[in-house]
Design a protein around this ligand. Structure first.
Ligand SMILES: C[S@@+](CC[C@H](N)C(=O)[O-])C[C@H]1O[C@@H](n2cnc3c(N)ncnc32)[C@H](O)[C@@H]1O
Length: 212
C-alpha cells in the first residue's frame, strides 16, 4: 500500500510510546489515573476524530486482513474501537465484532454494535472465546488478550501512523509480552507497512496442553 506525502506528525510521541511499551510489559503501570486521562483526552478529540483522521486510519487493517491470514472464523474483540473507523473491515472476517472502549465520547459516535464501555485492562469477555483480538492504536494488556483468545486465535495489532503513532509498540515487545502472559508459549509474528501505518499479526506457535 503506497504511502502518499503528507503523513501527519503527532506531538509528544516519544513519551506516549514509552508508556505504551511499559503497559505492554508491566500492566500494573496502568492505573485509574491513566484511565481518567484517556477519558479526558478523547472527550476533546472525539468531536473532530472522524473528520480529521478518518481518511487514513483503515489502511493498515485492510492490508492486515488481506495478507495476514488465514483467519479463524468466529468472534472478534476490538479493543479501543473508538468511533468505529476500522470496525466495518473487521466485520468482513469475523462475526460478531465486539467493540470495547473506555471513552463514552468516542463510543457514542460509533455506529456499530455490539459496543461495551469498559477498560481493556479488565475485559468483560469470557475466557477462550475470541477468534481474534484486534487493537487499532489502543493499549496491549497481554494477560487479558491471552485469556480471551482461543488457543488458535490471533492478535491483530495496527498503528495507523506506524512508528510515528503514539500507541506504537514494536512487534518484538508485543511477542515478548504475550509469551510472558501465556506462561512461556512462543508466539510467531508477521508484520508489514501499509500506507502511513504498520500492522502485526501474532499467533501461538507452541502451546502447553491444558490440563484434562
Ligand atoms: C487512537 S484511538 C483509536 C480509535 C480507533 N481504533 C481508530 O482507529 O480510529 C484509541 C482508542 O482507544 C481507547 N482506549 C484507550 N485506552 C483504553 C483502555 N484501557 N480500554 C479501552 N479503550 C481504551 C480510547 O478511548 C480511544 O477511543
Amino acid at each position: 500500500v503506497p504511502a502518499p506525502p503528507g503523513k501527519p506528525r503527532r506531538a509528544g510521541v516519544a513519551i506516549s510510546q514509552q508508556f505504551a511499551e511499559r503497559v505492554a510489559q508491566s500492566p500494573e503501570v496502568w492505573t485509574r489515573a491513566s484511565a481518567h486521562e484517556v477519558i479526558r483526552r478523547y472527550a476533546e478529540l472525539a468531536p473532530r476524530w472522524d473528520a480529521e483522521r478518518g481518511y487514513y486510519r483503515a489502511w493498515p487493517i485492510r492490508d492486515a486482513l488481506a495478507r495476514g491470514g488465514p483467519w479463524q472464523r468466529g468472534s472478534c474483540v476490538e479493543i479501543g474501537a473508538g468511533t468505529g473507523l476500522i470496525t466495518a473491515s473487521l466485520s468482513t472476517v469475523w462475526n460478531p465484532v465486539v467493540g470495547v472502549d473506555l471513552s463514552a465520547d468516542m463510543v457514542r459516535r460509533n455506529p456499530h454494535a455490539p459496543l461495551v464501555l469498559a477498560d481493556a485492562a479488565r475485559l468483560p469477555v469470557r475466557n477462550d472465546s475470541a477468534a481474534a483480538v484486534v487493537v487499532g492504536d489502543g493499549p496491549l494488556f497481554a494477560r487479558e488478550v491471552v485469556r480471551v483468545l482461543e488457543r488458535s486465535g490471533a492478535l491483530v495489532w495496527c498503528n495507523a501512523l506506524g512508528s510515528g503513532a503514539p500507541n506504537y509498540v514494536r512487534t518484538e515487545v508485543l511477542a515478548a509480552a504475550l509469551c510472558a502472559a501465556s506462561e512461556g508459549d512462543s508466539w510467531d509474528a508477521v508484520e508489514a507497512e501499509a500506507g502511513w501505518g504498520t500492522w502485526a499479526v501474532l499467533r501461538r506457535t507452541s502451546t502447553t496442553a491444558p490440563p484434562p
